[in-house]
Write a protein that binds this ligand. Structure first.
Ligand SMILES: Nc1ncnc2c1ncn2[C@@H]1O[C@H](COP(=O)(O)OP(=O)(O)OP(=O)(O)O)[C@@H](O)[C@H]1O
Length: 225
């Protein structure tokens, strides 16, 4: 689904990632960990084509990201749902409209939209908050809304960057359960996180692999986490 072949990435100040070869298999569940500043967000951005590798090749659904047209990029955005580290909403729009934004932008029918949206808000436990404005939401509500928005287009892959960064343990568990549920429905999941307790909790629920970025390299972490 996503393949990186000997990928390197530099930000000008030097090489951040180097010699990265990785293939994301359908239906897999990965955690991505490593020290702060190691390049986890950068790696995720390379995976969904938001950044282009300095060298090496990234293929998204068998297509080299460098050869993608604007339409190709729009298509892959539908197939890859991203939960960003710094979740942004339009503060003047109610939560439901924010969650529906990818549908609205893509021009899907209103009826289709309404049915899908209600079900989705229910699934993340936010039906009662549908009319709330983003500044009125708690951290956990924002994260669940971000997840709902990331999956509203029924993507095949969900990439989540520190989705439990600012929320308490109970809410982290709730979010994890939603991601595990998505994986059981066949979605491919990758979560960047510092939270080793979250990884341990996940391993009791799903067969998760742990990747670690350190010293510019991507490695498969040992089973002793
Ligand atoms: N647009 C940019 N321009 C220059 N340097 C950048 C840019 N984005 C990130 N960096 C640098 O690249 C390094 C890796 O950043 P990245 O966000 O990928 O790390 P991370 O592992 O996700 O960190 P964290 O765990 O703290 O979120 C950092 O030192 C960061 O300052």
């Amino acid at each position: 689904m996503i393949e990186l072949d000997n990928v390197a990435y530099s930000y000008g100040g030097g090489e951040l990632l180097s010699g990265i070869t990785f293939g994301l298999q359908p239906g897999s569940f990965h955690f991505l960990t490593g020290p702060s500043g190691a390049g986890k967000t950068t790696f995720l951005k390379l995976c969904y084509g938001a950044l282009i590798a300095t060298s090496g090749e990234v293929r998204l659904f068998d297509q080299d990201v460098r050869s993608m047209t604007r339409d190709d990029v729009a298509m892959t955005r539908r197939r890859v749902g991203v939960v960003h580290q710094d979740v942004q909403f339009l503060d003047h729009l109610p939560l439901a409209d924010n969650v529906a934004l990818p549908l609205t932008v893509s021009g899907r029918g209103a009826l289709d939209e309404a049915a899908n949206l209600k079900e989705l808000l229910n699934w993340v436990g936010l039906n009662h908050r549908a009319d709330a404005l983003p500044p009125e939401l708690s951290g956990g509500e924002r994260q669940r809304a971000a997840l709902a928005r990331a999956v509203i287009m029924s993507p095949d892959i969900i990439l989540a960057d520190e989705p439990t960064g600012n929320i308490d343990w109970e809410m982290s568990q709730r979010l994890l359960r939603l991601l595990v549920e998505l994986n059981k429905m066949g979605k491919t999941i990758m979560i960047a996180t510092h939270d080793l307790a979250l990884i341990r909790a996940a391993k009791t629920q799903v067969q998760a692999r742990v990747l670690r970025i350190a010293n510019r390299q991507l490695q498969l972490a040992g089973a002793d986490l």
